[in-house]
Ligand binder design. Structure first.
Ligand code: SF4
Ligand SMILES: [Zn+2]
Ligand SMILES: [Zn+2]
Length: 307
């Protein structure tokens, strides 16, 4: 296979583009896809302060790298989930990247800063760890950005992630989630803007990007991932993509172009109905937000366990 641009030997082929790329042109391709996502969805305006949600995995480290390559001055935020060695190792990759590239990494630890871990929250609530994890990430990244003067949280959700979430939302016709499923969620009272600049790039491309840029990342899967519904949706979509390359991006971008606006009003009505949490001030439908309720249950269960 040859590079589509220079006809030199290709290091990767991307079937949905029906194209191969050499190393240099693949890196150009990645930058171009991010540049287009930023431009098409007006993700970052001049003067915006951006923090990247860094997990130590390939997507978030590639995102940090790509945004910096495109000239954006962005800091990172690592959230420690307390998932044993997996979390320690992931933090190690995030720190190593930040140190090697002279970038600022903030760290928040659920255990030492907020009094509970993801495994403790899962056992206290008898729910899947991923539910507690997702809720904690959304809450902490937003609250940290808001309280530290950042305008935007950028996350490493890629094309595969977004297509899998869309499939899950469509299967259940989650109209509010469908209205919020977009590469940009605008700022609103209590919320900073959320952007997903990797939405035009697939999982395999992000792994290749890290390898070619010599970025070490956490390759192990999270040990709590077993019950994660999205992994099943990804398998289904990968089978479709195998038979018909381009299906995933047609599914996601077709939705964004032709269907998303039909659900936007549901999402904005939900947002308008939000008040401030009595404990932390974050937007919520009740008196106390879901994160504070989780924190209360999980930290009191952890304290009881220690006694
Ligand atoms: S697999 Fe679940 S618990 Fe593990 S990091 Fe992902 S969302 Fe969190
Ligand atoms: Zn080339
Ligand atoms: Zn709260």
């Amino acid at each position: 296979m040859k590079c589509r641009v220079c006809r030199g030997p290709a290091v990767i082929d991307i079937r949905r583009h029906n194209a191969g790329f050499c190393r240099d042109h693949f890196l150009v391709h990645c930058r171009e896809q991010v540049r287009r996502a930023l431009h098409d969805h007006h993700m970052i305006e001049e003067g915006d302060r951006v923090v990247v949600a860094v997990s130590g995995g390939k997507d978030s480290l590639a995102l940090w790298d790509l945004l910096a390559e495109l000239g954006h001055d962005v800091d990172g935020l690592y959230l420690g989930l307390g998932i044993d060695e997996y979390s320690d190792e992931s933090l190690g990759y995030a720190r190593a990247y930040a140190a090697a590239h002279g970038r600022k990494l903030h760290e928040v630890d659920l255990g030492s800063d907020l009094g509970f871990t993801v495994p403790a929250a899962a056992s206290a609530t008898h729910r899947s760890p991923c539910g507690a994890c997702g809720l904690s990430k959304r809450h902490v990244f937003n609250a940290f950005a808001r309280d530290h003067g950042y305008d935007i949280v950028a996350t490493g959700h890629n094309l595969d992630d977004e297509a899998a979430v869309l499939l899950g939302n469509v299967l259940r016709w989650e109209t509010g989630y469908l209205g919020r499923q977009h590469p940009v969620l605008p700022a609103a009272p209590g919320f900073v803007r959320k952007v997903k600049p990797l939405v035009r790039l697939g999982e395999r491309e992000m792994a290749a990007y890290c390898v070619l840029q010599s970025i070490d990342y956490q390759v192990e899967e999270c040990p709590m991932a077993e019950g994660n519904r999205h992994l099943g949706y990804k398998e289904v979509l990968n089978a479709l993509e195998d038979r018909s390359p381009g299906s995933k991006s047609a599914f996601l971008f077709g939705f964004l172009e032709r269907a998303h606006s039909r659900f936007e009003s549901v999402a904005s009505e939900e947002r308008e109905a939000l008040g401030a949490c009595r404990e932390c001030g974050s937007p919520t439908t009740g008196e106390v937000c879901a994160f504070c309720r989780l924190q209360e249950r999980a930290s009191s269960a952890s304290t009881r366990d220690e006694e």
